[in-house]
Design a protein around this ligand. Structure first.
Ligand code: 4AD
Ligand code: MG
Length: 432
């Protein structure tokens, strides 16, 4: 008899198979028991009929506790009434690992309780669906960049140079020097682009931000492509193609997860249409002011209500172009005809999910960069290696960073970024 994963049920209809699973829930009458099972790949129903299995197996089935691990044997059948579409008619049942008083019961629990039990909460169907969407976005990311001629380069996690400002760094001892946990791999990816042309990274990044919002994590994962001999407009095209590709792959490959999450496919389909709209920072400020946002002046950074309003003015993700130089990092390319803005873009997701991509063309002039590093109060010695890139064959180049968790949150249609990563690191939360 073959051991299978229930996700492959389609290939085994009518066959008797064995599946290792956990008990999610159950209900029974005097003659029949319905056991909700999960085997890690999906949730499905097992049916135990007393007259078929005998008194002993039936009693065992009736008394299973939530999260008991079992080996079930039985025939795979189509089950048109369930979301999943298949069930198993159980003929044999063996307990592998007992479970008593599982803390997460089918009743509602508060968020703090669930976060404290994240190591168990991950087993529930909604969390399971979100992690499948996360996995698909990661898979599709590799596919997209590999097929477009990028190579993956891994920047270091322990670093001496901070690209995104010095206020939110995690500092640590590095023997007798100081080091920081990486905020972004960008500076290293710029070096890699000069070595390999088109590169991308995918790794964890850390920000000691005292932000307690539904969009902020302390530890999050970022995808950072960097492209030599490319200007900003070409980068925007890569960005919109990449994001549309992610949406399309989630639509194509995450049917079950989208059903569990109740995510409307028609809404997602709109995000596969190209191009995405573009609006300048200047026009975005004007749009906000015309619509009663008195709190925004030219020069201010946007907060989440502003981003949400701008996003709601469009049907797709929107690029906001060319922000004020004063609110952006030191490395962005200055505008050719204006002193006050830089060549950059943020991509804002629809439906109030906020900024999912930040990117820019990079300054390539050695003197300009040195001046900026000093103006930002950074130690030029820590950046001397980066400045080298502008001495030996400096070329136009551009790149961006996509926040994985914000993208997962958006495509899953969930409220809060904390559910988009297996073990979220939040302000004041490092367990489990
Ligand atoms: O806009 P950010 O700070 O850009 C950079 O780090 C650039 N160095 C990227 C580059 O050009 N290579 O961050 C990029 C993205 C944001 O758009 C957002 O999606 C995500 O990273 N992000 C966060 N996600 C969750 N929690 C946080 N605290 C985040 N901060 C940024
Ligand atoms: Mg940003």
């Amino acid at each position: 008899m073959e051991s299978i994963q229930i996700l492959d049920a389609k290939k085994h209809v009518g066959e008797t198979v064995q599946i290792g699973a956990w008990v999610a829930n159950k209900r029974s009458s005097g003659k029949i028991a319905f056991i909700q099972l999960r085997d890690g790949t999906a949730y499905f129903q097992g049916i135990v009929v007393k007259s078929e299995v005998g008194e002993e197996v039936f009693q065992l089935a009736k008394n299973l506790n939530q999260e008991t691990a079992v080996l079930v044997t039985g025939e795979i059948r189509e089950d048109s009434r369930s979301k999943f579409g298949y069930e198993i008619g159980i003929s044999g049942l063996e307990v592998v690992g007992e479970s008593h008083d599982y803390p997460i019961t089918p009743k509602e629990h508060g968020t703090d309780f669930l976060m404290d039990h994240r190591h168990l909460w991950l087993r529930s169907s909604k969390q399971h669906a979100i992690m499948q969407i996360r996995n698909e976005i990661i898979r599709a990311t590799y596919e997209f960049f590999n097929k477009n001629g990028f190579i993956k380069i891994d920047p270091p996690i322990l670093t001496g140079s901070a690209p995104e400002g010095t206020t939110d760094l995690f500092e640590t001892n590095y023997f007798d020097q100081k080091a920081y946990l990486s905020q972004s791999g960008q500076l290293y990816m710029e070096a890699a682009a000069m070595a390999f042309g088109k590169v991308f990274s995918f790794g964890p990044t850390f920000r000691a931000e005292k932000s307690k919002t539904r969009r902020h994590l302390i530890e999050f994962w970022m995808i950072e492509p960097e492209m030599a001999f490319m200007h900003q407009e070409e980068s925007l095209e890569v960005q919109e193609q990449y994001v549309a590709f992610l949406v399309q792959n989630v639509l194509d490959n995450c049917d079950y997860a989208l059903d569990v999450l109740g995510r409307d496919r028609e809404v997602l389909k709109k995000y596969t249409k190209l191009p995405f709209p573009r609006i300048s920072y200047d026009d975005a400020v004007e749009l906000l002011q015309k619509n009663g946002f008195d709190d925004i002046q030219w020069g201010d950074d946007f907060g989440s209500p502003h981003e949400t309003f701008i996003a709601n003015s469009f049907d797709q993700p929107v690029f906001i172009l060319n922000y004020p130089k004063a609110i952006k990092p030191f490395y962005m390319k200055p505008h050719p005809t204006r002193e006050d803005v830089v060549i950059c873009a943020d991509m804002i997701a629809p439906e109030g999910y906020g900024e999912i991509i930040g990117g820019s063309e990079r300054a390539i002039d050695h003197e300009y960069l040195l001046e900026q590093i000093r103006a930002h109060g950074l130690d030029e010695n820590e950046y001397s290696w980066y400045l080298d890139l502008r001495k030996y064959g400096s070329v136009p180049h551009t790149g961006f960073g996509l926040g994985l968790e914000r993208t997962v949150t958006w495509l899953s249609g969930i409220e809060h970024v904390r559910e988009s990563i297996p073990f979220p690191r939040l302000l004041n939360r490092i367990y489990p």
